[in-house]
Design a protein around this ligand. Structure first.
Ligand SMILES: [Zn+2]
Length: 392
């Protein structure tokens, strides 16, 4: 609604600007053109969309009116009216005798319209020309152009090109942010190479990813997968276990593969259990508890396992843990008790059935599967497993 009001105001401002310019001309002609009446008519009939074109045709583009044109262009874009935003920005470029920096700014806005409209080739052409200009003094415009190019390459999954641009952006205040991005671009390349069994090239990309951000837990996960594929089990275990010290919330993502690595290696399962107990201290995750329960069941029996899960649930209640506890009791129950436990179990399952398992720390986006790139805010490494009653 605020957008709508602002939009009417901008159109009104254009009308006023038009009127003022018109007054000057009126001194010569003493008449108002049909565009003005037409535009005003649309405005009065609350049809601001139709009012835009007549006013724009008559409102001269110059240094004084540029801001109004730009404001209208960006409002149209925010309203999703991309074709009209393109018309406004192209109109400025076609008519204006503006200073160089102002023209570059308008080209940037036009590239943004193309990008949002999905015209990626046109946006890329424009941005390449902008970023290749040799002027030393257009640093901030070039940086904005690079950021838009990054969005294009991310959308096209052109990870090598994204990494090239990411390198150019990784300095100053935003150095850490773009190094994190770069690390993920190399992870994307490595993941793709791993799928195609090109392990040596994947290893090189993983090493590049570490070079950009040594704290990126995804790199350890990928390295572990690579070592597992190469049957280097002790190395795989080392890589997976590094996640606990990098970002322990991601330990849950490695559990299945880590278990496989331990089972195939000649390392004692006691070491695996010790690692899980330690990981549980930093990350009270029900997935770790359930894996441990599975590991100690033979030794401690159903009763010991029930006690272990119940102790954890007292401190960190989760529905998944409750379901597991019910399962352990169902086997030993009879008659009505058994039936009631089944009812309770299906009730608990229904409670978490449609719940998301992951959430973005940046924008709150939620989903059922793990993603390293947030589809909503486009940040990298901000989606994490959800902890709490309905999650981990
Ligand atoms: Zn997000």
């Amino acid at each position: 609604m605020d957008n709508w009001l602002l939009y009417i105001l901008v159109v009104f401002a254009i009308g006023v600007g038009w009127l003022l310019g018109r007054r000057e001309r009126q001194k010569r002609t003493e008449t108002l053109g049909p565009n003005y009446y037409q535009g005003l008519n649309y405005l009065l009939n609350e049809e601001p969309d139709r009012a835009v074109a007549p006013f724009i045709e008559d409102l001269e583009v110059n240094a004084d009116t540029l801001e109004t044109h730009l404001a209208l262009g960006s409002l149209l874009r925010r309203r999703g009216e991309l074709e009209k935003a393109v018309i406004v920005h192209e109109n400025i470029l076609a008519h204006a005798e503006l200073e160089r920096d102002a023209m570059l700014q308008v080209q940037l806005e036009l590239a943004r319209d193309y990008l949002l409209a999905g015209l990626l080739d046109r946006a890329e052409d424009l941005l390449l020309k902008l970023s290749q200009r040799e002027n030393q003094d257009i640093g901030s415009i070039r940086r904005d152009a690079h950021k838009l190019m990054l969005e294009i390459y991310e959308r096209e999954k052109e990870w090598h090109r994204a990494a090239e641009i990411g390198e150019l952006l990784a300095y100053g205040d935003e150095s850490d942010k773009y190094e994190r991005f770069n690390s993920h671009y190399y992870c994307e390349i490595a993941e793709d190479l791993l799928k195609r069994n090109r392990t040596e090239e994947a290893r090189q990309c993983i090493s590049d990813a570490i070079g950009h951000d040594a704290t990126n837990a995804r790199v350890s996960l990928l390295l572990g997968m690579l070592e597992l594929a190469e049957e280097n089990y002790p190395e795989a275990i080392r890589a997976f276990q590094r996640i606990r010290d990098q970002e322990s919330v991601y330990v849950v993502e490695s559990l299945e593969s880590l278990q496989t690595a331990y089972e195939k290696s000649d390392q004692p399962m006691d070491t695996f259990r010790a690692y899980l107990y330690e990981a549980l201290e930093t990350t009270p995750s029900i997935s770790i508890v359930l894996l441990l329960a599975q590991q100690i069941r033979e030794e401690k029996g159903d009763e010991g396992v029930s006690r272990f899960i119940a102790d954890h649930l007292k401190k960190n209640p989760t529905i998944r843990g409750l379901t597991q506890l019910i399962d352990l009791h169902i086997d030993n129950a009879h008659g009505v008790s058994k039936q009631n436990l089944f009812i309770l179990r299906s009730f608990a399952e229904a409670l978490v059935a449609d719940k998301p398992a992951y959430r973005c720390n940046g924008c709150g986006f939620e989903g059922k599967r793990m993603r390293w790139h947030c589809p909503s805010c486009k940040d990298w490494g901000t989606i994490k497993p959800i902890f709490g009653l309905e999650g981990e």
